[in-house]
Design a protein around this ligand. Sequence first.
Ligand code: NAP
Length: 482
Amino acid sequence: MKKLINSSLFRQSCYINGQWVDNAKTISVTNPVDQSVLGTVPSLSIEQVNDAIIKAHQAMEGWGKLTAKARSIILRRWFTLIEDNIDDLGRLMTLEQGKPLQEAKGEIRYAASFIEWFAEEGKRVYGETIPQTVTSNRISTIKQPIGVCSAITPWNFPAAMITRKAAPALAAGCSMIIKPASETPFTALALAALAEQAGIPAGVFNIVTGESRVLGELLTKHELISKFSFTGSTQVGRQLYAQCASTIKKTSLELGGNAPFIVFEDADIDKAVDSAIQAKFRNGGQTCVCVNRFYIHDDIYEQFLEKFADKVAKLRVGNGLDEETDIGPMITARAISGMAELVKDALAKGARQLVLGHEIVEQGNFINPKVLVDVDDSMDIVHEEIFGPIATLIRFYDEEEVIKRANNTIYGLAAYFFSKDIRRVYRVAEKLQSGMVGVNTGMISNEVAPFGGVKQSGLGKEGSRYGIEDYLSVKYLCIDVA
Ligand code: NAP
């Protein structure tokens, strides 16, 4: 932290109603590289979070009345400040989350892009006129900010999961209270420091930290909150969704995935291999759209495997601040023991682990990338989210069979496949049960496209022109002109 250019970005207090707020009770935040303590954040009391909600409700009044253009100008300032502070924000993120510095900076750019995008989209929130059924009636709709919004976000994308929610909410005229993951609150608080500097009015953007169950109860059940947005595991999402039912809140859920990556016999193998590396090992495999299952056609299986294993063997594991690092530490040791269980089950059921010759000794939160072959659908690793740098290769023989196997999961977030046959491209893309499909690419996330899942991967879309709709309510006006 001492190496930050702008040390004011390192905040150990919550940001509520334009004030930096503390509490005697705190939570320690550690560096996943060596578990050293980076700092602390407050574990807020129920009363403090309740106060944040009341203040956000009061602040919405003025913010919602501004013109979309006025809000856009302020959001644009926030975007510019984030871009200007990218080196510090990237460093903060690597320190608390572990991802390689270049990836962290990439996430900051991605996070900022949502603010830029929604600053513009806010100006294009149109109502409509509708042909009447009674001659004297005139029917139209207007869109209004939905109200105070709350959000709970995960540790794997400490900046982007915040701006993907806050930017559309603020652009629509709502205020927002966000609880970041306890592992990665400093990136969130740095974003709040820049929001303050950008002139976002007090109470419009708030960051609260503390015990997740306690804060989660308030953020999902409070009557002054109209909308709740969550990104995290399906298990926690299911519980929070139920909590929202008590006050019938509008809810968006971006949950877990089990992405298949299918390589057909007519694919460009080199391209598929390069994309496989990106789609599997980005953020050390700790990404909701990361590949969980590689289905490779029998005709090209050996060819793909050889090239893929060769590239995996070259991935370097280490401290994210070292320039050579491709894979940083996992977020917790618990995450590694979960993966070890999945590997154990797969090996017991007949999978084989390739020897790739990585030099680093596995210790602490560090784990070498692994490739498992001879994997089949009886193994837990095929059905559960791995969330780490372990690739599982499965052989398949025909199109119908692989679609059926790819869809055999409760999840439906991302899917990828590689083929040069345009007829197959449409056929397979239409049949895959997932909210997003990458065809001949492993990189699908950007601010202009609708991100979101089907089945138990979630509800709603983030980013794109759809992303702002969740923060608006449509009011219908029926006017008798007789
Ligand atoms: P997680 O355990 O569900 O935690 C996510 C957030 O929920 C954290 O802020 C956590 O707070 C909070 N939380 C946990 N238990 C809670 C409870 N009982 N009540 C209220 N809040 C609670 O997930 P994670 O391990 O951080 O993140 C990984 C998961 O997120 C994966 O399944 C991944 O696929 C998913 N994800 C999905 C997307 C997407 O867009 N679909 C994007 C990124 C990640 P504390 O940290 O304070 O406990």
